[in-house]
Write a protein that binds this ligand. Structure first.
Ligand SMILES: Nc1ncnc2c1ncn2[C@@H]1O[C@H](COP(=O)(O)OP(=O)(O)OP(=O)(O)O)[C@@H](O)[C@H]1O
Ligand SMILES: Nc1ncnc2c1ncn2[C@@H]1O[C@H](COP(=O)(O)OP(=O)(O)OP(=O)(O)O)[C@@H](O)[C@H]1O
Ligand SMILES: [Mg+2]
Ligand SMILES: [Mg+2]
Lengths: 254, 254
């Protein structure tokens, strides 16, 4: 059973990459064969797993433009059960290059046929453009990282409307897997107010696990490792392990 | 003398909007006639100045598609000497809609002719797509907010390459006005290391003023006011006043 999940939010800096990398690592640690697709031209997920800007070729761009098959592009990471398809700067040209293509929203979907993974997780860029649209059309569901700040709350309704539009026009089976609250600081009154607000309005769509603000999560990428490997006992890493457990329980129920 | 400055960085959540809104307010307070252009479909600058999603029409989209003149779209804010052109969600369609237009990179530039402001400041979305390209081509210079984190540092070289490419292909007079370090927490070793690193490599391009992490800066938008009005005495607001003074001094020298 292959599950494809997009990690998306057009608001910038809310923890999409941090969630993608640590969730993938936690899933791989429970022996689920996991593939991370870095779908952001910034390539932050690639960097987080040790593939800095010199080691990105071949990347997702060669797959989308049908130059190379997935088998050649997909790479093993240092973490057992976790493979990655890296992103390069070429990906930034995707929107203009494919804007006239009739099937411009399902380019990624076509590339993900016949794959043998338990989970495929897609890290999206901070926009609702053609890249994120492709990711949503290719996915069974979407996980929304939500920073506990005012702008992030404002952007949530825009994102949920986009998901509804994709369901209606392109992909009726798309669901919202859940909303994960990130960068939470218990001393910050605004953060607490946003958490209360989101739990009240979105109820069971919100994961119980809240990801705390934790410096180990932001230090790990400079060592080319996920926080789960860089500092397993940190509060940040432990929160992502609990989140992965919540998602796996959710999958069993479905 | 009219100066047009873009506030740009493809990395998300680094303080582009917070810098745009508070810098504009500080410039207006020194009696400089200032226009803020919200060029991000999220519309966070519009929200920060009291124009929530129900009050955005007419917006920059009607200007770019030549439906209405700037005089009709430009609005006075609650702050003397500060006007705004709001952004709406329609702007998200700009990239695909103008992708085949020969002059697709200078659509905004054509709209900003014959304006009577001392400063025009453009808040850019978190991407290096057609919107940011238009902003850079329309501007005299660019200010780069840089979060004191690892990913932000990695993205800086990509952004400086894009600025170089715009200078070479479209707009030779474009300059980097400066780099402003944001969300700095003196207790965080990574933040301190990034500040040291950036000052060493980028030297005089980096402003002396460093914007501290300050909860008042993130609370102000929920009140529809800039931090300079919401809490003038906060360390965040005071840092933006110092930054504005540094920029005005820089302008006098040129
Ligand atoms: N819980 C956390 N605690 C502390 N720092 C965090 C946390 N989560 C993420 N960060 C840091 O905050 C910054 C933004 O996070 P991240 O890059 O994961 O967000 P993003 O949504 O992927 O950003 P973008 O919109 O640019 O893709 C990064 O520097 C990251 O290291
Ligand atoms: N110095 C600061 N101290 C504390 N919070 C801040 C500071 N600067 C910005 N913030 C908050 O951090 C978040 C990101 O800042 P902001 O939205 O200005 O970044 P941005 O670069 O414009 O994001 P985007 O890439 O989505 O456009 C916001 O919730 C904002 O309120
Ligand atoms: Mg990211
Ligand atoms: Mg912004």
């Amino acid at each position: 059973m292959k599950k494809i999940i997009s990690i998306a939010n057009q608001k910038g800096g809310v923890g999409k990459t941090t969630t993608t990398v640590n969730l993938c690592t936690a899933l791989a640690a429970t022996r689920k064969k996991t593939l991370l697709i870095d779908f952001d031209p910034q390539g932050n997920s690639s960097t987080s797993l040790g593939f800095d800007s010199r080691k990105r070729y071949p990347s997702i761009y060669e797959l989308l433009t049908e130059q190379l098959p997935l088998k050649t592009i997909c790479r093993q990471t240092l973490i057992p059960n976790l493979s990655i398809v890296t992103a390069s700067e070429d990906l930034a040209g995707f929107e203009v290059e494919f804007s006239q293509d009739e099937n411009r929203v399902s380019v990624l979907k076509r590339c993900l046929k016949d794959l043998d993974f338990d989970y495929i997780i897609i890290d999206c860029p901070p926009a609702l453009g053609l890249l994120t649209l492709n990711a949503l059309v290719a996915s069974h569901s979407v996980i929304i990282p939500l920073q506990c700040e005012y702008f992030a709350l404002e952007g949530l309704s825009q994102l949920l409307q986009t998901v509804k539009r994709v369901k209606k026009n392109y992909h009726p089976a798309l669901t919202v897997q859940g909303i994960v609250l990130t960068m939470f600081d218990g001393r910050n009154a605004l953060n607490k107010a946003v958490v209360r607000d989101v739990r009240e309005t979105m109820r069971s769509m919100v994961y119980q696990t809240v990801i705390p603000r934790n410096v180990k999560l932001s230090e790990a990428p400079s060592h080319g490792k996920p926080a789960l490997i860089y500092d397993m006992r940190s509060v940040g890493a432990q929160a992502y392990i609990r989140l992965a457990a919540e998602i796996i329980r959710q999958e069993r129920k479905n």
